[in-house]
Design a protein around this ligand. Structure first.
Ligand code: NDP
Length: 251
């Protein structure tokens, strides 16, 4: 099986913490070069230092297309064409829908949907221009969420947007199916990162964990094998898929 990521250049959005920082370390371990994108440049610069020559930190705000384009330009100048994109940046704005400020709804849509859309399509444009049709090397992985399949979690806009992400993945997969680019969505379960703050340390959070069948949060490394597979040559025939990795939380 061709699971090695040697020779690949992966651009990861939201690489300053949580999944994104973890994915960067994982992909470098598996042989890839990584471009670390986020707004908190001090964090991605420190991670790039840790990872050495295989990593480049680029300031990026996914809600600003010019900043995304500049980040891809910097990536291309340093490593050549990005052949693997992990559209991971995201934010949460919880609360009852009758109370959530309109600006928070707009931020969730702007970052988790429009930002992800722009990230993926900028990568695809460049893969198409670079002739990936023949090499079939293009890989785009969207980070959705099991909240796409849940209701009543106090994050209506977030969950609805994540459902949109999975469908967007199928739309993109169809659009680029003859351009040598696969597009797949991973839907993680609840995993402790900064996005949840200290929620899982509260009574409500503890009740939520106790209600999961396995009475635990999903470990972060549960995403490793699915991600490596979807970034590798071995997944060339898998496109438009949505893969839930949640330790059975949604069942
Ligand atoms: P974190 O809060 O740790 O990471 C979110 C990342 O997104 C940060 O690196 C942040 O970087 C980045 N980000 C936010 N807004 C922007 C922006 N405008 N431009 C560029 N980067 C941005 O949370 P996670 O690692 O958990 O979240 C990663 C993804 O996983 C998100 O899409 C989230 O919805 C999803 N997810 C998380 C789950 C969980 O339980 N943790 C479950 C399912 C899905 P910076 O602030 O430096 O810009």
């Amino acid at each position: 099986m061709e699971l090695s990521l040697h020779g690949r250049t992966a651009l990861i959005t939201g690489a300053s913490s949580g999944f994104g920082a973890h994915f960067a370390r994982l992909l470098v371990r598996e042989g890839a070069r990584v471009v670390l994108g986020a707004r908190r440049v001090d964090r991605i610069a420190a991670l790039a230092d840790e990872l050495g020559d295989s990593a480049l930190a680029v300031a990026m705000d996914v809600t600003d297309e010019a900043s995304l384009i500049a980040a891809y330009d910097a990536a291309e100048a340093h490593f050549g064409t990005v052949d693997t994109v992990i559209a991971n940046a995201g934010i949460a704005a919880g609360g009852r829908s009758t109370a959530v400020p309109a600006a928070d709804v707009a931020s969730v849509v702007g970052t988790n949907f429009t930002g992800l859309y722009l990230t993926a399509r900028e990568g695809a444009k460049r893969m198409i221009a670079a002739g990936f049709q023949d090499s079939e090397r293009g890989r785009i992985v969207l980070i959705g969420s099991i909240t796409a399949e849940l209701t009543g979690q106090g994050d209506a806009a977030y969950g609805a947007v994540k459902a949109g992400v999975a469908h967007l993945g199928r739309q993109f997969a169809r659009e680029w199916v003859r351009q040598g680019i696969t597009v797949n969505t991973i839907q993680p379960g609840y995993i402790q990162t900064e996005i949840a703050g200290d929620w899982f340390q509260t009574e409500g959070g503890a009740r939520q964990i106790a209600a999961f069948h396995r009475r635990r949060l999903c470990p972060l490394d549960a995403l490793d094998a699915p991600l490596v597979f979807l970034c590798s040559d071995a997944s060339r025939h898998v496109t438009g898929a949505t893969l839930t990795v949640d330790d059975g939380q949604v069942l």
